[in-house]
Unconditional design. Structure first.
Length: 121
């Protein structure tokens, strides 16, 4: 079985989801439940922190796709931050940078929600 975890923390009105391990068909339901919890609780400004994400499969990518519309309908967005190069390659090959802001750092992702093109600190 794959190792995967998702934890939550807040930076002001932005919910940061820290992903760790391998997001695949066996673990996608855990990520889906985490995103559903955010939407249900009205957290629609989401940053997915992927610095500790080792692997993502099409099932994991499908979870991102399933939630982008409900999150945007709620007035928010999903920003992705800190992906390792091999994980970013999967996102890139499937055209995700056209649909999602994928940024190098969490600070840059938070700054996008605050109207800045990048972290100004």
């Amino acid at each position: 079985m794959s190792n995967f975890s998702v934890s939550f923390r807040h930076r002001d009105d932005i919910c940061v989801l820290d992903l760790t391990g391998e997001l695949d068909a066996h673990t996608a339901a855990e990520f889906e439940a985490a995103l559903q919890k955010c939407v249900t609780e009205g957290d629609c400004k989401l940053v997915v922190q992927g610095k500790d994400l080792q692997y993502i499969s099409s099932a994991g990518l499908g979870v991102f796709m399933a939630f982008i519309e409900p999150v945007r309908d709620g007035g928010g967005d999903i920003k992705v931050a800190g992906l390792q190069p091999r994980v970013f390659t999967v996102f890139d090959l499937l055209g995700f940078p056209l649909l999602f802001d994928i940024l190098d750092t969490e600070d840059e992702a938070v700054a996008r929600f605050n109207g800045s093109p990048a972290d100004q600190s």
